[in-house]
Ligand binder design. Structure first.
Ligand SMILES: O=C(CO)COP(=O)(O)O
Length: 214
């Protein structure tokens, strides 16, 4: 199971979370990555943790002020990127262009989607993984794996019907090892989570609990 921690724009210390994640990953052998805001990628990568971007723009090099080019995030230390997060939705053509840009820089890719139909469409674009995150459960107290287990199994089936080689993650409300185990039991290859770690008083303790069933 891949544990991908999206720090969004939370007012947390990304370097402290990253250092804790690096320690827990090294001690346990679990795969944990941290996705800070673009401006903090290099500081997070310096901790040694696997570092991801939250987004890359669907642009070529050129006159695109305010963009985040895939090459820039790769050169500052990211090895992968989220795309089409529920809080940063893209048009289909833009997801495709962002994916192409990310892949040409050697970044691993996870395309997020709201529901199994969108998961099937995202899978057809051939990312490394897709992630189902029901928007109404994001930031809540109950994990998608217990609040809406069918959406996870349906997403696994939808992706598999398009391409068995694309991994399926789930996210929303995941905060404990029990939630990670439940997601795994529903067929997920990884989890995407945010508030459970970013807003925790002790992110390291949460990370240790998250990987405890693995
Ligand atoms: O959006 C998410 C991860 O990308 C999920 O957020 P929460 O873990 O805060 O529900």
């Amino acid at each position: 199971m891949f544990i991908l921690v999206n720090l969004k724009a939370y007012d947390c210390n990304p370097v402290a979370v990253a250092a804790a994640a690096a320690d827990v990953a090294e001690e346990t052998g679990a795969r944990i990555a941290v996705a800070p805001q673009a401006a903090r990628i290099s500081a997070v990568a310096a901790t040694g943790v696997e570092t991801w971007a939250q987004h890359v723009s669907p642009v070529e090099h050129g006159s695109h002020t305010g963009s985040t080019h895939a090459a820039a995030v790769e050169r500052t230390g990211a090895v992968g990127t989220l795309l089409n997060h529920s809080e940063n939705r893209q048009k289909l053509a833009d997801i495709d262009a962002s994916l192409n840009g990310a892949e040409s820089e050697g970044l691993e890719t996870v395309v997020c989607a709201n529901n199994p139909d969108q998961i099937a469409a995202a899978t057809a674009l051939d990312p490394d993984a897709v992630a189902v995150e029901p928007p109404e459960l994001i930031g809540g107290d109950e994990s998608v794996a217990t609040a809406d287990p069918d959406i996870v199994t349906d997403a696994v089936e939808a992706a598999g019907s398009v391409d068995e080689g694309v991994d399926v993650f789930c996210g929303a409300g995941i905060a404990t090892g029990e939630d990670v185990a439940a997601a795994r039991d529903l067929g997920a290859d990884g989890v995407l989570l945010a508030s459970g770690v970013a807003l925790a008083d002790d992110p390291e303790a949460v990370l240790r609990d998250l990987v405890s069933p693995l």
